[in-house]
Ligand binder design. Structure first.
Ligand code: FMN
Length: 342
């Protein structure tokens, strides 16, 4: 019989980290991005990109799962639909000390569908229940699920409560619901994040129907004010994806106020704090662009934002690009700020 590993003691600073989280985003929320985001919010839960269970089991594990201590709290998102593989992937991830393990039941991309995982699993709640039960058997942190409200011609009013019931009976206490359907045929992954209409009300009703579950909402949330309003409406957490990535200066700086923490950091100070991290990356043979590509939106909406973005996107992938380029980009913002001020 399987023995349950004891849960790790929770770090007090991480308690309630799901109040705001940055969504898992392939090719975007890598470890450099998370380090950068962490400088703006000490509290929010940061999700990895999705890693498939077979990749964790057979692939370059350190490259796929390695990250820095400074990034906590971090949730690992797994993709898969084979209980034994998912159990093995969770076991392989244990030594890395993630704070949460999340199963992807929301991603509609073709590659994901062909392996029968992601959003297509909304049609197979019994299989999802088996998968999470296998993961929970070996996990020492909460196993959570990110899902949609339904797929294709499913009726969300019926399938979503049934899904939440069946998967929670298998032991999941925490769901992140992307409040729109996914169309498995005919829409690209990008269109699937924009075209199917959002139904926040249904997600709110799920919290009322399952008050014992942690229910976080995702999809189309672009400001902290919107996030605050959804929390006040009774939801347990808000997950933000694209807006956090494209406008971190307005979405993540100041986010810790959602936990009652004081004033947010200054964007210039965040850049200064990135410098030692970037220097270490360059010294290890890495490229500037690998980090600064995540920082292009930092000054979004402020004078000089365009110059900052231009200098970095034109220069950061050039051979030998280093901290001097970052300073040149910063000068674009500082110069404009001085003009605007006087
Ligand atoms: C570039 C990109 C990659 C994404 N990759 C993933 C992924 O790996 N796993 C996942 O569950 N969702 C993924 N998503 C979906 C987001 O997690 C999120 O559900 C979606 O963007 C809606 O939230 P938003 O409106 O706040 O962006 C991705 C989204 C984007 C833009």
């Amino acid at each position: 019989m399987a023995t349950r590993t004891l849960m790790k003691p929770a770090n007090a600073l991480f308690s309630g980290a799901h109040r705001l989280s940055v969504a898992p985003m392939m090719d975007w929320t890598d470890r450099h991005c998370r380090y950068f985001h962490r400088l703006m919010t000490r509290r929010a839960m940061l999700y990895t990109e999705m890693v498939t269970a077979p990749a964790v089991i057979h692939g370059p594990r350190e490259r796929l799962l390695g990250y820095g201590d400074a990034e906590h709290p971090v949730a690992l998102q797994l993709g898969g639909s084979d209980p034994a593989e998912l159990r093995a992937a969770v076991r392989a991830a244990l030594p890395y000390g993630y704070d949460e393990i999340n199963l992807n039941v929301g991603c509609p991309s073709d590659r994901v569908q062909s392996g029968c995982f992601g959003a297509v699993l909304m049609e197979r709640p019994a299989l999802v229940a088996e998968c999470v039960a296998a993961m929970i058997e070996v996990a020492d942190v909460p196993v959570t699920v990110k899902c949609r409200i339904g797929v294709d011609d499913q009726n969300p009013e019926e399938v979503l409560p049934d899904f939440l019931h069946r998967v929670s009976v298998a032991g999941v206490r925490h769901f992140v619901i992307h409040a729109r359907k996914a169309w498995l045929q005919g829409l690209s992954p990008k269109e699937n994040r924009e075209i199917p209409p959002l139904d926040y009300d249904l997600v709110r009703r799920m919290k009322a129907e399952f008050p014992h579950l942690t229910i976080c909402i995702n999809g189309g949330i672009t400001t902290l004010d919107q996030a605050r309003a959804l929390l006040e409406a009774g939801l347990d957490g808000v997950m933000i994806g694209r807006a956090a990535y494209h406008e971190p200066g307005s979405v993540l700086i100041g986010a810790d106020a959602l936990w009652g923490d004081g004033a947010g950091r200054d964007a210039f100070a965040v850049v200064e704090e990135m410098k030692p991290y970037i220097a270490a990356h360059l010294a290890g043979g890495g490229r500037l662009h690998q980090i600064t590509r995540h920082m292009l939106g930092l000054f979004h909406g402020r004078p000089g934002a365009r110059g900052w973005r231009r200098v970095l996107s034109e220069g950061a992938s050039r051979e030998g690009a280093g901290l001097a380029l970052l300073d040149a980009a910063l000068a674009e913002v500082a110069g404009q700020a001085a003009l605007a001020g006087g």
